[in-house]
Design a protein around this ligand. Structure first.
Ligand SMILES: [Zn+2]
Ligand SMILES: [Zn+2]
Length: 349
């Protein structure tokens, strides 16, 4: 093994991206060194580049949706060996907040995000905490494993933890990019019926139908609410997901709810939330719930679901590119070229 590796580097002051040969990092106590197999390009990586998310470090390696193989153990690591195939958690507990101090690390109040607060995995190697690693079952492809962290686990958290979707719930999903498509798949697994996909992009609506939606409507259809009523037999929506996160989609989602219905807001923007009329909201006892992220154990559950073929992510890996082409990959996601769900980076290609 040489002493250096190829890595993407993002400079916070100039917002420039470079590819550099940098020293291979050393795993500290409780950490492991991972040889990266694949790492996804995610919209939150773009938000650091665009400036929507403020830089936390002067320079950082981006990429937080990775799979790889352990090649070195730091001091004190138990339960893991060199050669184990793993998914690193995309966050580290701060070890300082009141919840970390009492050992409640999964509910850390100041979680350090991989690729923002410490170096990520658009690189040949990355360092991860051993606590929080997920083992990749032998039957699971490393490409699909890479996208479990965040791209599939955030939708899992939204459907299972925040939305608490039950069999028979009428579900509607606004925005059928990667997050929305995975919400459709997971809502189907949770027993939702019917599942209604809403977007202004006919390609992604068709894709949602292939992935388990029962209906696909354009959200700019003037007859949308009549169609929602007809599709649900007049009862309207129990759990709506706003995977876009703008005033217009949230307002539609709130208006679509049945009594006691809830909107889970997964997408985000700088716009103000605008929920419509107070009286209608209160009389129908509606709820709006914010959602972010997932728990490390959610990744393990998803890995099991892949192993037992309950979940098909074969269409979620839209393409694999070389790390050397990272700027092209970022541009394709920015411009939605080919409506990619996830483009993966292969640092060894
Ligand atoms: Zn992500
Ligand atoms: Zn903490």
């Amino acid at each position: 093994m040489s002493d250096t590796m190829l890595a993407e580097r993002f400079y916070g002051d100039t917002k420039k991206i470079t590819l550099e040969e940098i020293p291979i990092p050393e795993p500290g106590p409780g950490q492991v060194l991972i040889k990266v197999a694949y790492c996804g390009i995610c919209h939150s990586d773009l938000s650091l580049i665009s400036g929507a998310f403020p830089p936390q470090l002067p320079v950082v390696t981006q990429g937080h949706e990775a799979s790889g193989t352990i090649v070195k153990l730091g001091a004190g690591v138990t339960g893991w060996e060199e050669g184990d195939r793993v998914i690193p958690s995309a966050g580290r507990p701060c070890m300082k907040c009141r919840r970390c101090r009492r050992g409640d690390f999964t509910n850390c109040l100041n979680l350090q995000l991989m690729a923002f607060a410490y170096d990520g995995a658009w690189a040949q190697y990355t360092v991860a905490n051993a606590a929080g690693l997920t083992r990749v079952p032998d039957e699971v492809d490393m490409k699909e494993a890479a996208i479990l962290a965040d791209a599939v686990s955030t939708p899992f958290g939204a459907v299972v933890r925040t939305g608490k979707v039950h069999p028979g719930n009428a579900v509607a999903v606004w925005g059928l990019g990667g997050v929305g498509t995975h919400i459709v798949q997971l809502a189907r697994l949770a027993g939702a019926v019917p599942i209604i996909a809403l977007d202004v992009n006919d390609f992604t609506l068709e894709r949602a139908l292939r992935h388990g939606a029962d209906f696909a409507f354009r959200s700019d259809d003037p007859d949308l609410f009549d169609k929602l009523a007809k599709a649900t037999g007049g009862r309207m929506i129990d759990v709506a997901f706003d995977a876009v996160g703008i005033s217009a989609t949230l307002r539609q989602a709130v208006a679509s709810l049945d009594n006691y219905g809830k909107v889970v807001v997964v997408g985000m923007s700088a716009q103000d939330m605008n929920l419509g009329n107070f009286t209608e909201f209160n009389l129908k006892s509606k709820q709006v719930l914010g959602h972010i992220g997932y728990k490390s154990q959610d990744i393990a559950m998803l890995a099991e679901m892949l192993k037992y073929k309950r979940l098909d992510l074969s269409e979620s890996v839209s393409d694999v590119i070389s790390l050397k082409d990272i700027t092209k990959g970022i541009e394709r996601l920015e411009k939605h070229e080919g409506n990619p769900i996830r483009i993966l980076v292969d640092p060894w290609a």
